[in-house]
Design a binder for this molecule. Structure first.
Ligand SMILES: Nc1ncnc2c1ncn2[C@@H]1O[C@H](COP(=O)(O)OP(=O)(O)OP(=O)(O)O)[C@@H](O)[C@H]1O
Ligand SMILES: Nc1ncnc2c1ncn2[C@@H]1O[C@H](COP(=O)(O)OP(=O)(O)OP(=O)(O)O)[C@@H](O)[C@H]1O
Ligand SMILES: [Mg+2]
Ligand SMILES: [Mg+2]
Lengths: 226, 226
């Protein structure tokens, strides 16, 4: 569903230069739930943003489906992202002037795709926010905002979801409910999910775990157990 | 060092009303490291903000040292906070136009207090950011930004530090280094720390753990073990 080929991302230049991604090649198969772990600063968010077409590589290729992102102009890239990619940001990035409901529905609106109403209801119930959906982000707790961001990515059933530490602000009970629901989406809808997590228990919900360090993939575990 | 007496915080009115804090009374002793746990939405951030004088209660009292916060006007409250209170926000709240160094030094500048240079160096080393301090938040990873927020609160040795999920974005190795350093600050400098965490391992670094649910304190563990 998404692939990085010899992906390198360099920030800055000279001796303040940071090689955030160092020749990374990885293939995320359709219908698989992959976890990505690694120390703070190892390049996880950079990899997620590059794969989702939100950030340009210094060198290397990104494929979403069979589209090479470098073949697209800005407008085509935005349209592809809106129709095919869901993203749960590490900092949530909700629109403060919209309610939780409006935030959840926004990607589908922008991508001019429909939301399956029954599925949407299951998503809202799974993230445990049914009674907070008419509130704006400023009126929600940190974990509630994170859950709105999770619901926003899941509701429109995009081809691939990149989740950057989606349970970092949640207690373990709420977090595991969300991870179980992601597993459900992967099994029932063949949803593809790539999730960055610092939590080994969270990673155990995935089919496979990749380990990043200093911008490189250094290890891989299939069928992880916590 | 800080106390809440019959603290109640109500948001909204009518049937959309939320009782974020429900008659909470708690005393945080000087020199103690207390963890606060509870489900997402249970009132932890609201309690932290009320104790730090960042948010007004609907009813009840907050004492910092032997000062009743309701005796202070806006100006006096701001000065007290700047001199005596350190806060690590759940969303970091760094100034995007300042470098990590400038962000760390800002509270002391605003409070017109001095920073112990040796202590500051130990803090920067403990959070593992020595080589990223000249960068602005936008050039730092999520976990690096969180570490700047941690360093900012610790560097000026305030009377009390309120830490709202300070390791949520960190891998377990980096997180435990920071928690160990907080223990060091508590033992060496008699630092008072109140830390919200969702992680039982993180809570085990504290001297005591309080449990919140639906805006009330429902349990307490002394000398926790993970
Ligand atoms: N401005 C507001 N208006 C209405 N309700 C609010 C407002 N701010 C917070 N709340 C509600 O108060 C309750 C407690 O919020 P709080 O942020 O203290 O929770 P928390 O324990 O920190 O949660 P988390 O673990 O998710 O960060 C939540 O149900 C939240 O939706
Ligand atoms: N705009 C930028 N300019 C310079 N360096 C940057 C920039 N953005 C990120 N970096 C650096 O690139 C490296 C990788 O960052 P990235 O955000 O991918 O890490 P991460 O693995 O997601 O970390 P965390 O677990 O803390 O979120 C870090 O050292 C970071 O400081
Ligand atoms: Mg990150
Ligand atoms: Mg909170």
């Amino acid at each position: 569903a998404a692939r990085a080929i010899n992906a390198t991302k360099i920030y800055g230049s000279g001796d303040t230069q940071v090689k955030a991604l160092d020749n990374v090649s990885v293939d995320f198969e359709r219908g698989k739930f992959t976890a990505v772990m690694g120390p703070s600063g190892s390049g996880k968010s950079t990899l997620m943003h590059a794969l989702a077409g939100l950030d340009q590589l210094t060198s290397g290729q990104i494929m979403i489906g069979d589209t090479d992102l470098s073949d697209l102009n800005e407008k085509q890239l935005t349209l592809l992202r809106r129709k095919q990619v869901g993203f749960i940001f590490q900092a949530f990035n909700l629109l403060p002037t919209l309610t939780a409901n409006e935030n959840v529905d926004l990607p589908a609106k922008l991508g001019k795709t429909d939301i399956d109403e029954q599925w949407r209801q299951r998503v809202i119930t799974a993230v445990g926010l049914a009674d907070r959906m008419t509130h704006k982000p400023g009126e929600l707790s940190g974990g509630q905002q994170q859950r709105v961001a999770v619901a926003r990515a899941l509701a429109s059933q995009p081809d691939i979801i990149f989740a950057d530490e989606p349970t970092g602000n949640l207690d373990s009970v709420t977090g595991s409910e969300i991870l179980e629901f992601m597993q459900t989406a992967v099994k029932e809808l063949n949803q593809t999910i790539v999730m960055v997590t610092h939590d080994a228990v969270g990673a155990s919900y995935a089919d496979e775990v990749l380990f990043l360090a200093d911008g490189r993939i250094v290890d891989k575990i299939v069928n992880p157990t916590a």
